[in-house]
Design a protein around this ligand. Structure first.
Ligand code: ADP
Length: 375
């Protein structure tokens, strides 16, 4: 096995301790799972204003830069987990371990997937080992927004999955609040990096940062914000809802081959504190400039990595340039951003809702078809 393959199976020491705690609970009869037990949860998606792109492949897939997101409370994954099979006494291995099953639907395509992706299958094996390796799980999940086209369905999906496991295992009873937050955020992160930013246990988590620490590990923080941000609204113009050709996780793997990669890392770290300060002080212009800048910066890296990952299409460029023109004319407080996909996200202050509606209509007219908007 190569070093990178090995690192994909190992987990941070602190997380391993919590896994051992679960094993101990099982051995002492305090953690019981029976056929038919259920865990249910939902979790929001999030849109990064400072992007996460690129990770340390040798260090438990920790990110190479700090990132910060706005929680999309209205875009959610709802996940139900049902246990298949039962725990056996120690040493009494079952002859047959029921396989894990997966059923995913989304409101956009009305399509459903029954095939369990390899990534999810590996993830379940890692998370259930060692305390529940003799059961299978039936996972049913639904996204109320399009999957795999740049609205971070993987973030909402893996966060909801971890919350549903948390519910199934009753971690609220077994772990301290800090342990539980760590377990949820780290497992979500190992499933899909930006999922970590959807696992904040704080009651209100509008802006969430994922900060790189000096020792190379990272942590989630609920960012304090100026009350004016309570009026921030979000919508996304769906230019293409087809599943993207290069998944975000493969794109991440090649990010560091871009000549712009290191330049962006230092640029982001230099501005990270200023960005958080701008959230506290409601410096809308700073947030606008930096967010739009970083979306282009991330896509420049995608376009110049080997192999290239190109997520944008001509309509994306058209919508962005028309949006900037519209903003100059109307003087509205609004900014755009992109995820790893062609669809344009717009964040704006509530009082400009009518203007944003006008802009959406204008885009449909110019493109010549009804552009679906999720908000
Ligand atoms: P996106 O931009 O939507 O995050 P990705 O390619 O990064 O696109 O991830 C999409 C993949 O995430 C899906 O193909 C699926 O494997 C997984 N995923 C999406 N939604 C869920 C969900 N609700 N539960 C589990 N996995 C999910």
């Amino acid at each position: 096995m190569t070093k990178i393959e090995q690192s994909q199976f190992s987990i941070p020491k602190k997380l391993e301790k919590l896994q051992n705690k679960l094993l101990n609970l099982r051995q002492t009869g305090k953690l019981l799972l029976q056929n038919g037990d259920v865990g249910i949860a939902s979790a929001p998606s999030n849109i990064a204003l400072i992007k996460y792109w690129g990770k340390n492949k040798l260090k438990f897939q920790e990110p190479d830069n700090s990132s910060l997101s706005f929680t999309l409370d209205h875009f959610r994954a709802q996940t139900n987990i049902t246990v298949r099979g039962r725990f056996f006494p120690e040493g009494d291995a079952p002859e047959y371990v029921p396989e894990n099953l997966f059923h995913l639907t989304d409101s956009e395509s009305q399509k459903s997937t029954e095939v369990i992706p390899e990534k999810l299958s590996k993830f379940l094996k890692r998370i259930l080992h060692p305390y529940a390796n003799d059961i299978g799980l039936k996972i049913e999940s639904e996204n109320n927004f399009p999957t795999a086209c740049g609205i971070a369905s993987s973030a909402a999906g893996f966060a909801a999955l971890c919350f549903a496991l948390d519910n199934l295992l009753n971690l609220e009873k077994h772990f301290s609040l800090l342990e539980r937050q760590y377990w949820l955020s780290q497992w979500s992160r190992l499933g899909s990096g930006s999922a970590l930013r959807s696992t904040c246990l704080a009651s209100s988590s509008k802006f969430v940062s994922w900060e790189l620490k000096k020792n190379g590990s990272s942590e989630i923080k609920n960012i304090s914000y100026h009350k004016e941000w309570n009026h921030l609204q979000h919508c996304v113009l769906i230019l293409d809802s087809k599943e993207k050709e290069v998944s975000s996780s493969s794109g991440h793997l090649f990010a560091d081959t871009s000549p712009f990669y290191k330049i962006r890392l230092s640029y982001v770290e230099e501005n990270f504190t200023k960005f958080k300060q701008a959230i506290e002080e409601f410096d809308f212009d700073f947030i606008t400039k930096f967010t739009e800048y970083d979306a282009f910066f991330m896509h420049s890296i995608m376009h110049t990595s080997t192999p290239q990952a190109i997520y944008l299409n001509t309509e994306t460029s058209f919508v962005i340039s028309e949006f900037v023109r519209f903003r100059q004319k109307t003087k509205i407080k609004a900014f755009w951003t992109l995820d790893a996909g062609p669809n344009v996200h717009i964040l704006y202050l509530q009082k400009y809702h009518a203007q944003i509606k006008r802009f959406q209509k204008f885009i449909s007219k110019e493109i010549g078809r009804k552009i679906k908007v999720y908000e």
